[in-house]
Design a protein around this ligand. Structure first.
Ligand SMILES: C[S@@+](CC[C@H](N)C(=O)[O-])C[C@H]1O[C@@H](n2cnc3c(N)ncnc32)[C@H](O)[C@@H]1O
Length: 253
């Protein structure tokens, strides 16, 4: 996702940093400590401007969500969208973040948002490749990848979010009854993913090459990229797969 450099992007992220997931490291808190719950954990890789995760987290509130985005200037848009959706204020006309009580957070000021107002999503500026390696085995209930970059160039396959190295990590961190969900406009990437999943320890549970005319259309939450492709008449492809692990049948959605 290409974007013009955001004015005060880092400062804006800092103001709402209570909504960021702590960088994983040696003494980093476990997800259950971050969210204060043992609810199912869902990971979105490449969340873009955050419309999908913002709406999903409201539609399915009984889970906790980590939304990863590699580009900070894109992530800031997602965090602000989520904050607005939770009634946490808005951008101030002259810069900074304006909380509902009128407090202004700018020039590096951090709003320590009360825990109970933070909701069930935390965002992180990170590469999915690095982050997925740091999560515990069998800890994630669902991994969601929407409209990830197709990387069609020769030699770029390894950057695809469904290339073998990524899938190996996804399979390790997914619970035996966990699920991987993937949407794309791109036929080449879809076909590639249909091949790489079974080759890397996943079982395909469900596929469609026309999501908006499928039985899942009514429950589908449209992403920013999806809206764009749909307006141009491109059918949306989707698949769902489960990790095949000791003790899992690979049947569960
Ligand atoms: C094509 S956009 C789709 C955004 C959003 N999911 C949607 O459907 O509207 C793909 C996004 O994934 C991010 N991305 C690509 N590779 C990534 C990686 N390895 N880790 C984290 N984010 C990544 C890009 O920065 C970009 O914002």
């Amino acid at each position: 996702m290409r974007m013009r450099k955001k004015r005060h992007g880092n400062e804006r992220l800092l103001a709402l940093s209570a909504l960021l997931y702590p960088n994983p490291g040696e003494n980093a808190p476990r997800p259950a400590e971050v969210f204060g719950s043992e609810r199912p954990l869902v990971l979105e890789v490449g969340c873009g401007k955050g419309e999908f995760i913002t709406r999903l987290s409201l539609a399915e509130p009984d889970a906790d969500y980590i939304a990863l985005e590699r580009v900070a200037d894109v992530c800031v848009v997602a965090v602000e969208k989520y904050a607005r959706s939770r009634g946490l204020g808005d951008m101030a006309p002259n810069g900074g973040w304006l909380a509902p009580d009128g407090s202004l957070y700018k020039d590096g000021a951090v709003w320590d948002i009360p825990f109970e107002q933070r909701g069930n999503v935390r965002f992180l500026v990170a590469d999915a490749a690095d982050f997925a390696q740091k999560l515990e085995e069998n800890s994630v209930s669902a991994i969601l990848a929407n409209f990830s970059d197709p990387w069609p160039g020769k030699g770029d396959h390894k950057k695809r979010l469904t290339s073998p190295a990524f899938l190996e990590n996804y399979r390790r961190i997914l619970k035996p009854d966990g699920v991987f969900r993937f949407k794309t406009d791109n036929d080449g990437l879809f076909d590639y993913t249909l091949e790489t999943l079974p080759e890397n320890g996943f079982r395909i549970l469900w596929t469609t090459r026309d999501l908006h005319n499928s039985e899942r259309a009514a429950d589908n939450i449209v992403t920013e990229y999806e809206r764009n492709f749909t307006e141009r008449g491109v059918p949306i492809k989707m698949l769902e797969a489960a990790p095949v692990k000791d003790g899992s049948s690979g049947e569960k959605a």
